[in-house]
Design a protein around this ligand. Structure first.
Ligand SMILES: C[S@@+](CC[C@H](N)C(=O)[O-])C[C@H]1O[C@@H](n2cnc3c(N)ncnc32)[C@H](O)[C@@H]1O
Length: 279
């Protein structure tokens, strides 16, 4: 029978993205982003988020938490050589990967080490600012969104794509064990409920014409779900921290594997693509 593999990295992808460089295995976080980027769901949401920014050649654009730089490179392609593209991230490892990915790009983006809570740019600098699955890893989403709005030019656009981990579901589920583990996972993320709060944070920052588009990721292949949702690490940590017993986890793992075998495994997570205009 298939069993869940032993976890090698110390941090889960839930908690570790807030401090990639000190996790002890920063490269596994870079590889994780490569996996995410390979899934059609994320590719479609990313393309839609570029459209929502409504950039034109010559514009300036900022990517918050740029990770491995793939989106920053794509945005640089949209604003062209006459435009200005900057990617910031709190991780030096991510920025190294980003510079490597963008080295042959025609309109070279700039990459900077910077915390989204304190952006090193003057007021009213960018025509567009984008963040993709980043604000969930910050301790104060309202402050970050206010900072993002500060550096956006009047009439400029802010686009944020964030999950709400309170919507995370797995089937089959023993209800109490499932609730305990999924709440544990959600609470391991600095701002696990960020998805539902972005609308309010936009209003608080003074953004207008706010548009919220829900996007639900559905994964029915347990092998992919294990990687995307980091199930091994989550289950291991939940047992280590006394959230659930090893026996309960083992039973649930077996049920998940059996369901997958019969093509009945199901998992889902809802993200929110939120667009707003600085007045
Ligand atoms: C899940 S990854 C997403 C990366 C990229 N946006 C993408 O779509 O692939 C989260 C990224 O946010 C960065 N990050 C986390 N906290 C941050 C903060 N306070 N300021 C800036 N970047 C941060 C991480 O280092 C990581 O690169």
């Amino acid at each position: 029978m298939y069993t869940f593999s032993v976890v090698k990295k110390m941090d889960s992808f839930a908690s570790g993205f807030a401090r990639v460089d000190t996790t002890g295995d920063a490269h596994s976080f870079v590889q994780y982003l490569d996996l995410v980027h390979s899934l059609p769901f994320f590719q479609e949401c990313k393309t839609l988020s570029y459209e929502r920014l409504a950039l034109t050649p010559g514009d300036s654009v900022l990517e918050i938490g740029c990770g491995n730089g793939v989106d920053t490179k794509n945005l640089a392609g949209i604003v062209g050589a006459s435009g200005n593209t900057v990617g910031i991230d709190i991780s030096a490892t991510m920025l190294d990967a980003a510079r490597d990915n963008a080295k042959n790009s025609v309109s070279s983006p700039e990459f900077m080490l910077c915390d989204g809570h304190h952006l090193a740019f003057p007021d009213d600098t960018f025509n567009g600012v984008r963040a993709d699955r980043v604000i969930q890893h910050t301790r104060d989403p309202f402050a970050v969104i206010k900072e993002i709005t500060r550096v956006t030019k009047p009439s400029g656009t802010v686009v944020i794509f964030e999950p709400d981990w309170g919507t995370f579901s797995l089937w089959p589920s023993e209800r109490e064990v499932s609730r305990s583990i999924l709440n544990f996972w959600c609470d391991s993320i600095p701002s696990g409920w960020v998805g539902r709060s972005v609308y309010a944070a936009y209003g608080n920052a003074g953004l207008t014409e706010i548009c919220v588009e829900p996007k639900t990721l559905i994964i029915t292949d347990l092998t992919i779900a294990r990687k995307i949702f980091d199930l091994d690490t989550t289950f291991t940590h939940a047992v280590q921290e006394g959230i659930v017993s090893q026996e309960a986890v083992t039973q649930w793992e077996e049920a998940l594997v059996q369901a997958d075998h019969h093509m009945q495994f199901f998992s889902s997570l809802t993200f929110f693509l939120v667009t707003g205009i600085k007045s």
